[in-house]
Write a protein that binds this ligand. Structure first.
Ligand SMILES: [Ca+2]
Length: 213
């Protein structure tokens, strides 16, 4: 991990007067949960994929298997990686992405983000994907028409956008992002909302009841 680069990024975040403080905390948690060991990502896309790790195109993109959903791709995810980004192209009927790492610490599921619009910098860790929709879960690994894909965890799920996973014989592209360690970060995000919004509402209801009595 490039410690100096991360330290500079954090200082820049804190230096911004307009930056929401809770947002800063969430980013720090993501950094802390970044993998400290290399992991192997097992992935396939119906039909074609381009994969990026922290904005860097992966050599797998030049392999013919990147355009064959029947072949599970094996990709090294270096220690300290923060974001996996996948440009997924569907052709013909049925569209989906399926992925896992060997210890199931990363699975394709509804925590992935997806968009049908290609934005500048979308493959990089710094990109703000808060407006992207959560990936839609199509079903469990093993579902029709893909059945069991070699090496990929049985706990992984086929994902795509909320629309157009079953289309006519056209071609369309969607963009996926996965922040490594995002699951716990999301829990903290939910906790933030509990603290900032639910508690004041609760207090307001108690105060209202007290006034009515
Ligand atoms: Ca297809």
């Amino acid at each position: 991990m490039d410690v100096d680069r991360h330290a500079n990024e954090k200082q820049a975040l804190y230096a911004s007067d307009s930056m929401d403080r809770t947002h800063v905390k969430t980013h720090l948690v993501v950094d802390c949960l970044s993998s400290d060991v290399d992991r192997e990502l097992l992935i396939t896309v119906d039909n074609e994929m381009e994969l990026y790790i922290d904005g860097v195109p992966n050599p797998i993109n030049d392999d013919p298997s990147a355009k064959d959903w029947k072949v599970t791709k094996r990709v090294n995810v270096p220690a300290g990686s923060r974001v996996i980004a996948v440009k997924a192209t569907d052709k013909g009927l049925w569209a989906g992405l399926l992925a896992s790492v060997t210890d199931d610490s990363l699975l394709s599921d509804g925590t992935w983000k997806v968009s049908t619009v290609e934005s500048d910098g979308w493959t990089t860790p710094e990109f703000d994907d808060s407006n992207w929709e959560p990936a839609t879960v199509l079903g469990q690994h093993g579902m029709e028409p893909w059945k069991t894909r070699n090496l990929i965890s049985s706990n992984a799920k086929w994902i795509w956008t909320a629309t157009s996973y079953y289309k006519d014989m056209g071609s369309h592209v969607v963009y996926f992002r996965y922040r490594i360690g995002m699951s716990l970060a999301l829990e903290i995000e939910q906790y933030r909302h509990l603290c900032l919004f639910s508690l004041p509402k609760y207090c307001y209801i108690v105060l209202l009841c007290f006034c009515v009595m």
